[in-house]
Design a protein around this ligand. Structure first.
Ligand code: PLP
Length: 405
């Protein structure tokens, strides 16, 4: 029989967070081995329960939420999102500018698909949350990576952004707070990015899904709030701030000079219609979540479980010879560096396999986040303190063997 091949559209599409190393971990689990998973930001499985009112709301609404809704979503949760944009000082957003989706992921793919033609370029951070690079490629565009500077707390290198703009550049992706680095960008940096977008007439794609997962009393500035005259598409959702990844509830907001983007918005509406609507119970949960007590505060405040685990993981990693990590200001991840003099890693996927095989700890290699050198990895600090300390102890032991090879 003729072999059935995947589409050539997928030739450059890569999503290593759920890639071959995870497959290997699954096999090991099937064989009865216990793996410590530091690979994925899935809060609920680590005992971070969603707020009770969201769960109750899902249960209560289920019987009456079996129908399709408007393609952009139900009015009331979209109105709740409008209020949220007002709280975040994003001007001029109406219910019509809000799209609800099955998680932010669906909307990210939609926003790029509606925009890009073959050869169009989108500036994407390195490291990035790899859905962005994958979605640009899948949409026929060309991801062009700008570097985030580890020495400057992983903030974007503005000169690198400027250098990489060409006549084909259509937009800049800003992931703030950042996955995988845990960076939180100061307003000055955001203002500069807005200025670049303004000068070159680029769209800003703002992924702000961790905007309430902030440590040390930090505050978050939405880039769209600084950019009334620049078209911004801002993404957010319940997955992280409300520990509800599985409910697949997200939103996207278009702000700025929408009149100039009528055709693009028509494209967005078309794609939203083609997938009919987001799951209805998830839509209703958005309204409940945004209005209720913001219990994430209890987890990120000093002494809160997430804050404690962040501190522990940072301290333990920084004690390992040749390992350095910038303490995250936000989100659920850190992106430690392995000094290449001590750890001359040629292939960091192989490194992740070996760590898994020898110590049963699952991480994701840095190149999986489009980081150009094989000298970083991403770690999720979600397991409880004992498991986290155990896992980092195993990483330290593995690295000790690695140095002595
Ligand atoms: N954006 C970032 C930066 C993420 O880290 C994730 C998930 O890890 C997503 C988007 C996807 O979110 P959702 O669950 O809403 O699809």
């Amino acid at each position: 029989m003729k072999p059935i091949s995947k589409s050539s559209k997928l030739a450059d599409v890569c999503y290593d967070i759920r890639g071959p190393v995870l497959e290997k971990a699954r096999q090991m689990e099937e064989e009865g081995q216990k793996i410590i998973k530091l690979n994925i930001g899935n809060l609920a499985v680590f005992g971070f329960d969603p707020p009770d009112e969201i769960v109750q709301d899902m249960i209560r609404n289920l019987p009456a939420a079996a129908g399709y809704t408007d393609s952009k979503g139900l009015f009331a949760p979209r109105k709740a999102v409008v209020h949220y944009t007002q709280e975040k000082n994003i001007n001029g957003v109406t219910v019509d500018d809000v799209y609800l989706g099955n998680g932010a992921s669906e909307l990210i793919v939609m926003a790029l698909n509606a925009l890009l033609d073959t050869g169009d370029e989108i500036l994407v951070p390195a490291p990035d949350y790899p859905l962005w690079t994958a979605a640009v490629s899948l949409s026929g565009g060309r991801p062009v990576h700008y570097v985030c500077d580890e020495q400057a707390d992983w903030t974007p290198d503005l000169d690198d952004i400027r250098r990489k703009i060409t006549p084909n550049t259509k937009g800049i992706v800003v992931i703030n707070p950042n996955n995988p680095t845990g960076a939180l960008y100061p307003p000055e940096v955001l203002r500069e990015i807005v200025e670049i977008a303004r000068q070159h007439q680029l769209i800003l794609f703002a992924d702000e899904i961790y905007d309430k997962t902030l440590y040390d009393g930090a505050t978050h500035t939405s880039i769209a709030s600084l950019a009334d005259d620049v078209l911004c598409v801002t993404f957010n959702g319940l997955s992280k701030n409300y520990r509800s990844c599985g409910y697949r509830a997200g939103w996207m907001v278009v702000s700025g000079p929408k009149k100039h983007a009528r055709d693009y918005i028509e494209g967005l509406n078309m794609l939203a219609s083609m997938r009919l609507c987001a799951n209805t119970p998830g839509q209703l949960a958005i309204q409940t979540a945004l209005g209720g007590y913001q219990s994430i505060k209890d987890l990120v405040c000093p002494g809160g479980r997430l804050a404690r685990q962040r501190d522990l993981a940072t301290d333990l990693l920084n004690q390992i010879p040749g390992v350095s990590v910038v303490k995250p200001k936000a989100a659920l991840y850190m992106f430690p560096r392995l000094d290449p003099k001590l750890y001359p890693i040629a292939d960091d996927q192989q490194f992740a396999y070996e760590l898994l095989a020898e110590e049963k700890v699952l991480i994701v290699q840095g190149t999986g986040f489009n980081w150009p050198q094989p000298d970083h990895f991403r770690l999720v600090f979600l397991p409880n303190s004992d498991d986290l300390a155990d896992a980092i102890g195993r990483i330290a032991r593995f690295l000790d063997h690695y140095r002595k090879r």
